[in-house]
Design a protein around this ligand. Structure first.
Ligand SMILES: *Cc1c(COP(=O)(O)O)cnc(C)c1O
Length: 374
């Protein structure tokens, strides 16, 4: 049998008939976008699933973050992480805000709260951390800093869909409730997808204006039949995307369980090996196992060599995230490429291995054998 390619991820899809059934009505209504019925149904279901009272949907995660930052009418500097996808920093910069790079914690890759305060100036307006790989940031510390200095705390939660913090009293806090607001991505490559899509979660009691404002900004800034009050854009989610989201939502819990089994197999095979390190997982979090990052310490392993070796075997891992954002060409002369040494080191040593619900444990074993034995 031909050696199939194993990619780092694979888009999860519902049974075809379920999707077909849901979109059939669109051939009667001819209502394809602009916040239609499926959009509203998807939003209602997501609010329940993510346990948040405030939610607006977007065409993708990037526009959700860009428009969320716009909706808070921020000016000045934003403290953020260089260990992320291009989108986080671009969303800040494209809002005429200045990204200020803060280093990360070695153990889990998230923004290091101990370093944030030193970077705060009179121009700082917000902190934008990333729950990278689904590792939830130290929210308690970050919230305390944000409160003390009057800053907005806006999370890039693109990796953290469906995660919960289990509290000592038995209750659960959804990741969607952290900070002032959070952005989620429903891109095809994420744990949960609506083909392309995104959302913002927030607390409407704290920010009663936010729902309308996000709605208006994603719809060209139109505020009434004859009024346009914001320089908005087009960030609307269409009905086909919403239908995919509705169908996928039914399966996401079972997909997360499958991912967990795969994650545990990798850990079983690769832990306690000198030079191989996993990022720390806290005991009180319901993770989504969205990524399988493994750190190969330089004096024992060569990350790039392992990457090539896997590729020769038709297995495509990713150097995710390499390089760090402050080393991108487009930020030359704008962002300091130095000063975030922990992020730099992680980006040079980390490899995200294949993980998706249908990946067999046999294939996981094969991947581990290639890493360990060549
Ligand atoms: C995927 C991703 C985004 C952007 O989301 P899209 O839906 O692809 O636009 C932003 N930030 C991070 C960390 C991501 O991984």
């Amino acid at each position: 049998m031909k050696n199939e390619r194993i990619m780092v991820t694979r888009a999860s899809m519902p049974p075809y008939e379920e999707y077909e059934q849901l979109i059939r009505g669109l051939w009667d209504s001819h209502f394809l976008t602009n916040m239609g019925c499926l959009h509203e149904e998807f939003r209602d279901k997501l609010k329940l699933y993510l346990d948040t009272k405030g939610m607006e949907l977007f065409v993708n995660g990037h526009m959700a973050l860009e428009m969320l930052l716009q909706s808070f009418e921020l000016k000045g500097e934003v403290i953020t992480t260089p260990f992320t996808f291009a989108s986080t920093t671009h969303a800040i910069y494209r809002n005429d805000l200045k990204p200020v790079m803060c280093d990360i914690r070695k153990e889990d890759g998230t923004l290091d709260p101990e370093l944030v305060e030193d970077l705060i100036t009179e121009n700082t307006c917000a902190i934008v951390p990333v729950h990278v790989y689904g590792n939830i940031c130290d929210n308690e510390k970050l919230e305390a800093i944000a409160k003390k200095h009057g800053l907005k705390l806006i999370y890039d939660a693109a990796h953290a869909f469906g995660e919960f913090i289990e509290n000592p009293d038995g209750s659960r806090t959804s990741v969607a409730q952290l900070g002032d607001a959070s952005m989620f991505s429903f891109h095809a490559t994420k744990v949960f997808n609506s083909i392309e899509g995104g959302a913002v979660s927030f607390n409407p009691d704290k920010y009663p204006f936010l729902s309308d404002r996000l709605y208006q900004i994603k719809n060209f800034g139109i505020t009434g039949k004859e009024s346009v009050d914001y320089i908005g854009g087009n960030g609307k989610m269409n009905e086909f995307a919403a239908a995919m989201g509705i169908c996928n939502l039914k399966y996401v819990d079972s997909w997360i369980s499958s991912r967990k089994a795969i994650y545990e197999r990798y850990v079983e095979r690769l832990s306690d090996i000198k030079g191989i390190r996993f990022l720390k997982k806290a005991g009180n979090i319901r993770y989504n196992y969205s990524y399988m990052p493994v750190v190969f310490e330089k004096n024992s392993y060569n990350r790039d060599e392992i990457y090539e070796r896997l590729a020769k075997n038709n297995i495509y891992a990713r150097k995710y995230f390499y390089p760090c954002v402050n080393n991108y060409k487009c930020y030359e002369g704008i962002l300091d490429p130095h000063g975030t040494s922990v992020a730099k080191e992680l980006s040079e040593n980390v490899l995200t291995l294949p993980i998706y619900p249908e990946l067999s444990l046999k294939d996981v074993d094969k991947i581990c054998d290639i890493i360990l034995f060549g």
